[in-house]
Design a binder for this molecule. Structure first.
Ligand code: GDP
Length: 288
């Protein structure tokens, strides 16, 4: 859908451009903006965001000198800039430093791809020369520790968890202490979506809280993000499942709505289907 979204926007812009001149009554522009709005809406971008974006573009165009023969390029640029603004939180994220121990806490709804993303994040950093480790502080479901353990073993990285202990904070504190001693410089803590437990873990002051959001749920992502914005000091966002038929536009703009930067996107179940997220190249690609 992301590719489809990009295709539709590009086609709308091309259609407008194929007219010999951008017409004076602005019909071509209106058609183009309407088509872009429809495409964005179908990919889950909230209506309010779309309206704001369309008015900004209109403002730019209305203020153009009628004799400008560069209108099309300017409109194209305005669309580019507005999409970037929609996705850019304008706030850099904490980034771990090699050799300096940091603790990163992953939060998000069950099924969002949290555990998978923890592993991908660990793998990405181990390839960069970090010494990552994984802690399973998800005591809400049987099998969570096994899943994490399996992943850690595959990556040959240290891990910590417990089958007996039911207090996630205890596990996390113990794990962080142990793994620090073992010289891990990036301790990644996987949690369950239990409000109280999450809050208690955040109390422990991790260096970064990453909110994992399922990119395939479109508009529904909005409420989720809002809830998280209130409950957690989210420092960064990872949007998963932006492969297949993901309603990525919604999740991405929603991530921007949390005012936290999107740092990675998940594009598949496999460990290396994980990309650093950069707004401008992403939008460039989106617009072809
Ligand atoms: P958790 O409950 O949030 O820890 O979710 P999991 O990490 O167990 O993931 C739930 C499901 O989503 C699993 O089947 C994963 O393989 C799948 N998944 C996670 N990330 C992605 C992704 O980027 N793309 C796709 N297609 N599937 C993903």
């Amino acid at each position: 859908v992301l590719a489809q979204l990009g295709g539709r926007i590009t086609r709308a812009l091309e259609q407008m451009s194929s007219l010999t001149e951008v017409d004076d009554d602005g019909k071509a522009l209106t058609d183009c903006l309407n088509e872009i709005a429809r495409a964005l809406h179908q990919s889950g971008v909230p209506f309010k965001t779309i309206c704001a974006m369309s008015s900004s573009i209109r403002r730019i165009v209305v203020n153009l000198d009628a004799r400008t023969n560069d209108k099309r390029r300017i409109i194209h640029e305005a669309v580019f800039t507005e999409l970037c603004n929609m996705l850019d939180s304008g706030k850099p994220s904490f980034t771990p430093t090699k050799g300096k121990p940091s603790v990163v806490l992953f939060v998000g709804l069950q099924g969002s791809g949290k555990t998978t993303s923890c592993t991908k994040y660990a793998y990405y950093h181990s390839r960069k020369g970090f010494k990552p480790s994984l802690v399973c502080a998800d005591t809400s479901r049987a099998g969570a520790f096994d899943q994490l353990k399996q992943n850690a073993r595959k990556l040959k990285i240290p891990y910590h968890g417990s089958y007996m202990e039911s207090d996630p904070v205890k596990i996390a504190v113990e794990g962080v202490e142990r793994l620090r001693k073992e010289n891990s410089d990036l301790i990644i803590v996987d949690t369950s979506r239990r409000h109280k437990q999450e809050a208690a873990l955040i109390e422990e002051k991790p260096d970064l809280v990453i909110f994992v959001i399922d990119g395939s749920i479109g508009q529904a992502a909005f409420d989720q993000a809002q809830a998280f914005k209130q409950s957690a000091s989210v420092g960064a966002v990872i949007v998963t499942k932006l492969d297949g038929h993901a309603k990525g536009g919604g999740a991405l703009s929603t991530a921007a709505a949390t005012k936290s930067p999107v740092i990675f996107i998940g594009t598949g179940e496999h460990i290396d289907e994980f990309e650093v997220f950069d707004v401008k190249p992403f939008v460039s690609r989106l617009l072809g």
